[in-house]
Design a protein around this ligand. Sequence first.
Ligand SMILES: Cc1cc2nc3c(=O)[nH]c(=O)nc-3n(C[C@H](O)[C@H](O)[C@H](O)COP(=O)(O)OP(=O)(O)OC[C@H]3O[C@@H](n4cnc5c(N)ncnc54)[C@H](O)[C@@H]3O)c2cc1C
Length: 540
Amino acid sequence: MADPVPIPVTRIVDVAVVGAGLCGLALARGLTAQGLEVQVIEARERLGGRVFTRQCDATGQALNLGASWFWPETEPRITALLSELGLASHAQHDPGDALWLTDPNREPARRDEPGGVHAGARCVTGGAARLIDVLAACLPPGCVRTGVAVQALRDRGEFIELVTPAGPPVRARQLVLALPPRLVHERIQFEPPLPAAVQEALATTPTWMAAQAKSVTTFSQPFWRAAGQSGNAFVRHTQAVLGEVFDHTGDETGPGALGGFVALNAAQRENFKRGLPLLISSQLAQLYGPLAQDGYLALQDWATEPWTCSDTDRASAPALPQNNPLLRQPLWAGRVFLGSSETAAHGAGHMEGALEAADRIAHAVCRPNAAVRKTLAQDDNRLTCVAAIETFSASVLALRGMAPQRYLLHLTRLLSSQQSDLLTQRALLAVADQVYSESLARLDHLLPALDAADSQVANGRHALTAALLAPFEGWNKGLLEAALKHNAASCALSNFPTEHQPDAETLHAITLDLAAAWREFALELNSRLLVAAGDETLVS
Ligand SMILES: Cc1cc2nc3c(=O)[nH]c(=O)nc-3n(C[C@H](O)[C@H](O)[C@H](O)COP(=O)(O)OP(=O)(O)OC[C@H]3O[C@@H](n4cnc5c(N)ncnc54)[C@H](O)[C@@H]3O)c2cc1C
């Protein structure tokens, strides 16, 4: 009898990352730099997910049909990453009058918008997808497989099996799902199933901009600038085709471009599919005159993209993802992590959130060994544990000092994006999440010097936790007081009585939210110390 043909043994990789959007790629870069073997699996043939830039056939300009803006004042991770990767950025063009069209049968009104309408937004020069290209170039050959959708996950004990429509399953010791929570819920089967509460959290977390359509129209020059206009326009009537328009020209001189968000919902766009380009150019002409009729249009309807838009997103009104700590809990005994921007505590829905999620998971997945710790400690000028705690306290105090100013920034951003609900609550939570997120990033940097392994752990609490949390004493209360003082004197809030003078019920809700954010942060800080101490069993 002939020798049996050996069954090919599928290799088990350290970490499989599902989704090569910003979160998945940034994470893969961090993990491979730590020496881990990573396999990224991407359903589309292209990388970047909701970061998508197309070259204009007519003018050669880079057209951002997905993400465009980042805000350096409130988004430290994306700002730092761009600078680390040597990618230049330029300010979103805002100077000039904005146009407001509230009646389809009238001329648009011109309005001076002091300070602009984009609250200090910047864009990556050459297109947002440059970030994706540079991140992908940092990965080892073969690290990313494109055109492969993950359909099911099976817990096999020693490894997790990722089932795809073709080819052998991928096997990994740990797994990261770097795709929108609703897609995880609707498209991926789990064996054994996820806990009901997690399934509910996945199903109810909206995917930011998933059902949106974005257009960019290019012209031989940005003629509106010469007419003293910013390119910003708001169309607020029931027949609006583009609800918001903005200058997408970039920092270069030469051809101009107007970006726009389509006001029709996914079903209406499907009905008007063939006529939509004409409707868009007519509306631009109504706003900017006949020159605006001769542009070259690029249009991206995200609701028709199955690897971005879930069935639920397509059928629902657009909504920002709410901060849900359940999405940040490791699953399957600490071997499965949920990524994507929507899981972030700060910047959820934005590129910033995608990077925050990548940071959180990189920390939970990789465990630098003693040698790496030592090298890192040497890099940090051999800080002693005491000096590291002092350094951490000093950065917390600096963050506390900046917090009231950041509150104003978040509030202004909410107001300038025409939001009117729970402004104080949302701005305060955004500041809290930002401060906690930056504090954790600072802690990660100092961990090697903290010698966490040399300290005691009692009842699941690391001995250094109290010292590191001490500089936050009284912060929540002080921030709330500063915010209320600002609100009471703010003219911008005078039309919002519940924000101008919040009642007891609103204050109670804000206090509970801030307390929940604090609890989550304190637990996360403690668990990072426990992991660094090698006491992973205590981290749940
Ligand atoms: C029109 C638009 C405008 C935006 N504007 C801004 C902006 O100005 N500023 C800003 O900060 N953010 C903006 N955003 C949001 C920003 O793009 C996202 O927050 C960010 O890119 C999310 O990155 P991610 O990696 O978390 O998810 P995604 O980019 O959604 O990546 C998920 C990846 O997973 C893949 N995938 C899905 N299912 C599977 C599967 N079963 N198997 C394998 N792979 C799978 C997808 O193909 C995708 O590549 C915008 C988004 C859109 C659509």
